[in-house]
Ligand binder design. Structure first.
Ligand code: 76R
Length: 248
């Protein structure tokens, strides 16, 4: 049996993708639309307050294409808080015109393939900031779920720790070339959702997603052992942009 890698878990994550029923939205009176937007923005203000108290982070995004119109992305210390956030949103007037189109549940994960030995993860500020990420202000977001392959002759989970560590080292080196251009949050979802990890990337230029992901495809761990789910891409929404997006 191969040795399991040690992982650190941080905040739980809910990627809550919604589509908007634009016909129903347009049928509402201007007053009802205004009240619905105000209600969501007052929720967003409470999310900001939670973030200020370092008890989580939330963001709103528009998603391009048929897969979704909006993403509400939440990081919180517990699953209970995420469930409450979802229920609270579902009780709003605005939620009446949305349908969940995709969702992903995971927990922020750091693995120690390339960790340095002499830091205490419970107190190290860098590790803590990675485990409890604040959604950055980059314009663009990219999300996709992924697995590591478990096929005869190509099984990540039967490789030795040394083989996996070497591949993850090479993976990390590619990633680091994009330092400053992309922020990545890896969240583990074994036992939580349909894939093994969620990959959430933030960047100011969407071409950065393409270049980074493409370059990684040639790297051994992605080339041989990674499988990917659906890709969703979009833009961060400020409160004003949310209002403008829904203006009809
Ligand atoms: O955490 C670290 O920064 C240390 C190095 C590192 C690890 C352990 C690292 C760096 N990653 C790690 C783990 Mn990653 N990562 C992905 C994807 O599209 C693809 O081909 C794969 C999707 C991207 C784009 C990406 C980006 N990484 C992981 C794991 C867990 C593996 C396991 O436990 O088996 C997955 C699934 C995964 C996938 N990675 C980086 C990046 C980037 C940009 C970096 C550099 C980060 C930095 O140094 O700031």
């Amino acid at each position: 049996m191969s040795e399991a890698v040690h992982t650190l878990e941080g905040w739980f994550v809910h990627h809550d993708f919604r589509t908007i029923d634009w016909s129903s939205w347009k049928l509402l009176s201007p007053e009802d639309r205004q009240a619905a937007v105000d209600e969501v923005l007052s929720l967003a203000a409470s999310w900001k307050e939670t973030e200020n108290q370092k008890q989580g982070s939330s963001g709103m995004f528009t998603i391009l294409g048929h897969k979704a119109d909006l993403l509400f992305l939440h990081f919180r210390p517990t699953l209970e808080e995420l469930i409450e956030l979802e229920a609270t949103f579902n009780k709003t007037k605005f939620a009446d015109v949305t349908l969940p189109s995709y969702s992903y549940v995971s927990v922020v994960e750091l693995s120690n393939y390339v960790a340095s030995d002499n830091v205490d993860p419970e107190t190290d500020p860098y590790i803590q900031s990675r485990l409890k990420p604040i959604i950055p202000d980059n314009k663009n977001i990219c999300f996709y779920p992924m697995n590591k392959r478990r096929e005869a002759g190509q099984n990540w989970y039967t490789l030795s720790m040394e083989e996996r560590r070497e591949m993850m080292r090479s993976h990390g080196l590619i990633g680091r070339k994009y330092a400053g251009k992309v922020t990545q949050v890896i969240s583990g979802s074994v036992g939580l959702d349909d894939w093994e990890w969620g990959v959430t990337l933030f960047a100011d230029d969407p071409v950065t997603f393409k270049k980074l992901i493409y370059e990684m495809r040639f790297d051994e761990v992605s080339a041989k052992y990674s499988e990917f789910g659906t890709f969703l891409v979009g833009n961060k929404l400020s409160e004003e942009a949310f209002r403008a997006y829904l203006d009809v």
